[in-house]
Design a protein around this ligand. Structure first.
Ligand code: PGA
Length: 257
């Protein structure tokens, strides 16, 4: 059977200078060689986009695509310090929306993310929407409700045709940046829940168009257990994406077609 390639996204967060980012890409390239068994997306800081875009355009293999970690909720205007979707279109293909750090540290809400998804789609970019429960919500048994509420609110007014441009990243907040990765059984359950929730609004057929990733302390050692799960389309990787050895190990755990 011809299964689609897995999507492996690296979120560099606010790390690296442009020179360090370029070195990281070159090391990665050497490490994975001609391997083309995965779609690889790098999300560097916005300042790195243009130089990396130019650098990547000059080489064909392996193919890296670029994404950004955030964009403004506004299209254009007097919004000092903001970067718009239009500004990154042409340089990046993907936009991470609603990362839990944006929600916690910058006050973003599901309503904000819903508006950003609309802007991202209008500008021909592809959103990677992050959702996930807090430790408290999980302990109280509220995970299902949290996922349901986040999906319903963030995907409001999205059409069935737009679904195939959307990736959902299940990132339980308690698993991010601390080595406390979620058990694959939990991830499998939640991926099913995500697809079932989307199926309720968009229908079963359409729910299969959305790509679903897992993110939270993924590294070269635990990646395979997630990549083998039913219904998973890839991984969103934070800290390990800054280490070319670890990130390439993750990439090489996807099976070549
Ligand atoms: P982590 O980060 O892999 O360092 O846990 C994941 C993320 O924040 O997207």
């Amino acid at each position: 059977m011809n299964t689609p390639k897995k999507l492996i996204v690296g979120n560099w967060k606010m790390h690296t200078t442009i020179a360090e980012g370029s070195l990281l890409v070159n090391r990665l390239r050497k490490e994975i060689g001609e391997y083309n068994g995965a779609h690889i997306v790098l999300c560097p800081p916005a300042t790195h986009l243009y130089p990396l875009h130019k650098e990547l355009a000059a080489t064909s293999k392996p193919k890296f695509e670029l994404g950004v970690q955030n964009i403004s909720e506004h299209e254009e205007g007097a919004y000092t310090g903001e970067v718009s979707a239009q500004m990154v279109s042409g340089l990046a293909k993907y936009v991470i929306i609603g990362h839990s750090e944006r929600r916690k540290l910058f006050g973003e809400t599901d309503k904000t993310e819903n508006g950003k998804i609309a802007i991202v789609l209008r500008n021909g970019l592809m959103p990677i929407l992050c959702i996930g429960e807090s430790e408290l919500a999980r302990n109280l048994g509220h995970t299902k409700q949290v996922i349901l509420d986040q999906l319903n609110a963030c995907l409001q007014n999205v059409t069935a045709e737009e679904l195939e441009k959307i990736t959902i990243a299940y990132e339980p907040i308690w698993a991010i940046g601390n080595g406390n990765f979620a058990k694959p059984t939990i991830v499998a359950e939640t991926i099913l829940l995500i697809r079932n929730t989307i199926a309720q609004t968009f229908g079963r057929m359409n729910s299969t168009k959305v790509r679903v990733l897992y993110g939270g302390s993924v590294d070269g050692d635990n990646a395979k257990a997630y990549l083998d799960l039913q219904g998973i389309d890839g991984l969103l990787v934070g800290a390990a994406s800054l280490n070319y050895k670890q990130f390439s190990k993750i990439i090489l755990k996807t099976s070549p077609k």
